[in-house]
Design a protein around this ligand. Structure first.
Ligand code: FAD
Ligand code: SF4
Length: 544
């Protein structure tokens, strides 16, 4: 017998986008099914697995559903075919990628939304900062963003942050006055991390462990809203891998097919569907859904599903400071350099860069162990070893810069022609290449790191041999716009092709600037859910 789930609204993907939408719609009394390909995670068990893990990678605390693998590192699940290796990581499990995000919750700046008009590069978003501002406020209060009113990274605000700011680290306080001579300033990041007890979760106690897991749940993750939705009556289905969406001749999505944890097939029937599987799995699912009425895949009459993939490049430099600066404590990053994210004089020529002062030393998790191993190899033992490890570990400093990649139609996610996952579905095939604009940004970041270390009188300065694509930022692939021939979803993230389908997440984003994407994902998910609820209410009134 086929398993059938019947609901008003089926939301596919229980990350921050799907969970916030499920919560909002459940609050309105609607019947919501929230389906996720992965497992539910027990935090204590995940912390235990993390302690035992030797890799300590971003996904190391988490178990996969065997039918829904997730990338542990580049190319072990998806396949790169471009000239630049894409390294994006994401989690496939209830709560999604916020389990191991860093927790920065920045708004995009007004100029990030109109880069073509302001700088003559990329494209403008079809909505303005003023359109987004009320949804940013709502997202910040749902996620409990902590910040200092005057510190907004160029995104103006009229209301204070919901929680007081997270204090800057000792290290931030050391670096900040010293780089002023370079006309650089450090600003504390707004963060979705509790500075005080909030909604039953404790304040941050500085474990320096936010990626890959916050052991005490001071950092926000989407399980907060999965639980809130569940309490309001939403049905949560873990280990339900959605394998395709089916459209009828009228362009309505009639059903979604799934494979559950017992490898049984089933279908979900709903009035409305929201796909919220993040910017690689969203296009993958849409492209897997070719059918008689959707020959290029669902929502893909424009042929643009999967195109305009964006990430960022990342570059690290390390040095030894003359004084103790006490890394390896506090949230892994608390402040970044403001300049370079949005300079009108340079952004038309080269990519924006964002430089962070890393509280997690030369290497998160392994810095002091690596120091000890090097000393032992030199024959240092006993008390001398302890003293030198303490001394060196307290003086190690790393800068990390992120460098923007512009939207480019040729950078894309497709379906691999031969490689399949354990569910028998083609794995994502990824084509990424950076251009001269991004390369000029990388050169700028290297030069900045060199100058900063020189200004700080650092010794033993080393740099990554090359910039690599960032693990955190993934966007584009189902872009937003007014014109159905040039975009996949409209300003409410509703598919141009299918009136009862919404596609949530950074797949809709037009640019991937240095202020990171997740607060915008959350704001737009709430906007989409509100639009769906109002459309449904209007329909119900019409038929009454
Ligand atoms: C190491 C790291 C650090 C980061 N730090 C930051 C930061 O500081 N600030 C910031 O703004 N962003 C950060 N990010 C990015 C951020 O985590 C993501 O942008 C965000 O979590 C995406 O949310 P989402 O809900 O769109 O997708 P996800 O959270 O990825 O959720 C998608 C869900 O869909 C499910 N799914 C996938 N395929 C299927 C399917 N076929 N059927 C059913 N379900 C499916 C998955 O299991 C998953 O639960 C970071 C990312 C990483 C990896
Ligand atoms: S520093 Fe520790 S307590 Fe604070 S958010 Fe990160 S992991 Fe959680």
């Amino acid at each position: 017998m086929t398993n059938v789930i019947q609901t008003d609204i089926a939301i596919i993907g229980a990350g921050v986008a799907g969970a916030l939408a499920a919560y909002h719609l459940s609050q309105q009394g609607l019947k919501v099914a929230l389906l996720d390909a992965g497992l539910e995670t027990s935090r204590p068990e995940a912390v235990e697995r993390y302690h035992r893990s030797t890799s300590k990678g971003a996904n190391s605390p988490y178990m996969s559903n065997a039918l829904a693998p997730m990338p542990q590192s580049s190319d072990d699940y998806y396949k790169n075919v471009g000239t630049t290796a894409f390294n994006g990581l994401y989690m496939r499990g209830v709560g999604g990628t916020t389990w191991h995000w860093t927790g920065f919750a920045l708004r995009l700046r007004p100029d990030d939304l109109s880069m073509q008009t302001k700088f003559g590069v990329a494209e403008d978003w079809p909505l303005s900062y003023d359109d987004l501002a009320p949804w940013y406020e709502r997202a910040e209060s749902e996620m409990g963003v902590a910040g200092f009113m005057g510190e907004n990274y160029g995104a103006p605000r009229t209301k204070d942050y919901p929680l007081p700011g997270i204090p800057s680290s000792y290290l931030d306080g050391y670096v900040s006055p010293r780089i002023k001579s370079m006309q650089l300033s450090l600003s504390p990041f707004p963060q979705a991390r509790n500075s005080i007890a909030f909604q039953g979760r404790p304040p941050c106690c500085g474990n320096n462990n936010c990626v890959p897991i916050c052991p005490v749940h001071a950092k926000y993750d989407a399980t907060v809203h999965v639980e809130k939705a569940r309490r309001l009556g939403a049905s949560i289905y873990s280990s339900h891998v959605i394998t395709r969406l089916n459209s009828n001749a009228e362009g309505q999505i009639e059903s979604a097919e799934f494979l559950n944890g017992r490898k049984q097939k089933g279908i979900v029937k709903a009035q409305y569907f929201m796909v919220a599987c993040h910017a690689i799995e969203n296009p993958r699912l849409l492209l897997l859904s070719k059918g008689p009425y959707t020959p290029k895949g669902v929502a893909n009459s424009s042929g643009l599903v999967g195109t305009h993939l964006m990430s960022q490049m990342g570059f690290n430099s390390r040095g030894l400071m003359p004084d103790p600066i006490y890394p390896y404590r506090g949230p892994q990053q608390t402040s970044g350099v403001v300049e370079g994210r949005n300079d009108p004089g340079t952004r038309s020529q080269k990519a924006a860069i964002g430089t962070s002062v890393m509280n997690d030393g030369t290497h998160p998790f392994f810095g002091p162990q690596q120091t000890a191993a090097k000393l032992v190899a030199k024959g240092v033992y006993g008390k001398a070893l302890a003293e030198q490890v303490n001394d060196l570990s307290s003086r190690q400093l790393r800068f990390n810069s992120s460098i923007e990649i512009l939207p480019n139609k040729g950078n894309r996610v497709g379906l691999h022609p031969t490689l399949k996952d354990p569910a028998g579905l083609p794995v994502p095939e990824i084509n990424l290449a950076i251009d001269a604009y991004t390369q000029r940004g990388i050169d700028w970041a290297i030069e900045r790191h060199q100058q900063m270390f020189k200004t700080l009188n650092a010794t033993e300065v080393t740099h990554d041999s090359q910039a690599e694509s960032d693990t955190a930022i993934i966007a584009g692939t189902a872009r937003m716009g007014r014109d159905p021939s040039r975009s996949v979803v409209d300003l409410n993230l509703q598919s141009h092709d299918h009136q009862n389908l919404y596609i949530l997440g950074a797949s809709a984003h037009i640019t991937a600037p240095i202020n990171p994407p997740t607060l915008t994902i959350a704001a737009l998910a709430l906007k989409a859910a509100d639009h769906l609820q109002k459309s449904l209410a209007a329909k119900t009134r019409g038929s009454a």
